[in-house]
Design a protein around this ligand. Structure first.
Ligand code: GLC
Ligand code: CA
Length: 543
């Protein structure tokens, strides 16, 4: 177990993300819940993770699966009770697992009491909790487009005003310029800290300081001022871990977010590496094959840029992204090999790794008929693209490749009915491949993706070079291999990954002649690299 009284303990930690709706249903209503999570803590303990980032479990009308919160201090009843939540926090802690809550501070649900109050009149004190502009029914303040499609402005006839929302119509943006809003949010955070929560993931945190009149959404002028205040007022506790989701972060910005003096956040989720396999100038819906040299240069820039000056989080999967094996690996013949290879590439890096539920099983994307998709973004995209005359088959191809529901299908626990997720029909269909890809099968197989992740987690705990080592990229131009080293004064690590389904000749660098194999998905340290082969070689340095 990690000693969490140590400052910066999260630098040695590995986290696991749970999407509660899809993790484990305990009462047969087809929806995952908190008691379900409780019943699966053993799985997490076996894996060896130090914390869980829990996607939202708060009261919510579920327009965006809980990222639309109607009461920050209550649990959505199908998810369980406050008592269940307290039990989860306590039981997880006993197993050395910290609970990290998801904080959605940029917007609330339109069903939140603040917003309902705000709708009453322009003079209501809560009115100014949100962002309004005057206008006539067909004259929105400007032409900004919401992330989930449609305009960023929605008209409220009885007020003669538009409210601003960067995401869905049901997710009105909070007005961070109003100090009363900030105070409410800080109090709410303390409520959860008092319950024993040990950290927070901050949803789209780079959007809070918006300035719609200047069409600014991300990285607004007061962003870092707000973050420092938030940190001072709400995260004052030593040891709390905070991770900000920041799609608009570059290396320089990330240094500010995660400055080692702790005045803002512990670390950032940045997405530069996840945006390389889309058509330049296009959207995420327009995928292209991964340009490996571009990925390597991107990783190198972040590794070197933040070394000693900030802290990155490491991830390839989350609830908004398609499954990485289907995306950059091979979901067919080399599913197991490629899942392990991608994990090796990621877990050798500097930063705090996050594993998304099912990633440790090598779970894959899904293809559903359009009517079965639940994600608001997917549904809106389909309607929008058809309305503009796109070919439905092409739109479905985009959805198969990129829909967020790829990641949200129920966790595959066993070969039993509904993958052991629920007795009832799940809210989103189970991937039909659950009979072969499931936790029970993985635990029974020493060569499974699960045990490989467990080994990677254990290595990070054992060798300081994983936390501290300086990164050097080797063979930057190779279109097939991703090779890098990590080095401290006392240790050297060499990571070699074959990103193709072909055998690629390889010879380790002379400086690593004596190095031993720490971990590899083919169990060998030398010779040509097999399809999706990965190796981690290690040696101590003697003076
Ligand atoms: C974040 C969440 C995503 C959500 C959005 C709006 O990007 O990860 O799931 O839809 O914010 O809250
Ligand atoms: Ca349930």
């Amino acid at each position: 177990m990690l000693d969490k009284t140590k400052r910066g303990w999260w630098r040695s930690a590995v986290f696991y993300q749970i999407y509660p709706k899809s993790f484990q249903d305990s009462n047969g209503d087809g929806i995952g819940d908190i008691p379900g999570i409780l019943s699966r803590l053993d799985h997490l303990q076996k894996l060896g993770v130090d914390g869980v980032w829990l996607s939202p479990v708060y009261a919510s009308p579920q327009a965006d699966n809980g990222y639309d919160i109607s009461d920050y201090r209550a649990i959505w009843p199908p998810m369980g009770t406050m008592e269940d939540m307290e039990t989860l926090i306590a039981e997880a802690k006993k197993r050395g697992i910290s609970i990290i809550m998801d904080l959605v501070l940029n917007h609330t649900s339109d069903q939140h009491a603040w917003f309902r109050q705000a709708l009453k009149s322009r003079d209501d004190p809560y009115h100014d909790y949100y962002i309004w502009r005057d206008g006539g029914p067909d004259q929105p303040p400007n032409d900004m487009r919401a992330v989930f499609g449609g305009p960023m402005w929605t008209y409220v006839p009885h007020l003669g005003q538009y409210y601003f929302h960067q995401y869905a119509v049901q997710q009105p943006d909070l007005n961070w310029a109003n100090p009363a809003v900030r105070r409410e949010l800080y109090d709410m955070i303390r409520f959860w800290v008092d319950k024993g929560v040990e950290g927070f993931r901050l949803d789209v945190i780079d959007s809070i300081a918006k300035d719609p009149d200047r069409k600014i959404t991300g990285n607004g002028p007061r962003l870092h001022e707000f973050l420092r205040e938030l940190s001072r007022e709400a995260f004052c506790e030593e040891g709390l871990v905070t991770v900000g989701e920041a799609w608009g972060a570059d290396v320089e910005r990330a240094k500010r977010y995660s400055t080692p003096d702790g005045s803002e956040l512990s670390m950032v989720f940045q997405f530069e590496h996840m945006c390389l396999d889309q058509r330049p100038g296009g959207e995420k819906w327009d995928p292209i094959p991964l340009p490996l040299p571009a990925l390597k240069r991107c990783v190198e820039r972040w590794q070197r840029g933040l070394h000693g000056q900030g802290w990155n989080s490491l991830f390839l999967d989350n609830h908004d992204l398609p499954r990485i094996v289907s995306r950059w690996g091979d979901e067919g013949k080399y599913r197991v090999e490629s899942a392990k290879m991608l994990a090796t590439m990621l877990h050798g890096l500097e930063g705090t790794p996050y594993i998304y539920q099912g990633e440790e099983l090598g779970m894959t994307n899904i293809r559903l008929p359009i009517g079965a998709y639940q994600d608001i973004e997917t549904k809106n995209l389909y309607a929008e693209r058809l309305a503009r005359g796109d070919d439905p088959q092409a739109v479905m191809a985009s959805i198969y490749a990129r829909s967020r529901d790829n990641a949200r299908t129920p966790m595959q626990w066993s070969a039993e009915k509904n993958a052991g997720f629920s007795q009832a029909d799940p809210w989103l269909p189970v991937n039909p491949n659950y009979k072969t890809i499931n936790a029970q099968a993985a635990l029974a197989d020493p060569g499974s993706v699960f045990y490989y992740y467990r080994d990677l987690i254990a290595l990070r705990k054992r060798y300081p070079v994983f936390r501290d080592g300086a990164f050097t990229l080797l063979e930057p131009e190779s279109e097939e291999l991703f090779v890098y080293t990590r080095e401290t004064e006392g240790e050297q690590l060499l990571v070699v990954c074959n990103f193709t389904g072909r055998t690629i000749p390889y010879q380790r660098p002379a400086a690593f002649a004596r190095a031993a194999l720490l971990l590899g998905n083919y169990g060998r340290g030398d010779g040509a690299l097999g399809p999706y082969e990965a190796r981690m070689l290690y040696q101590r340095r003697w003076p």
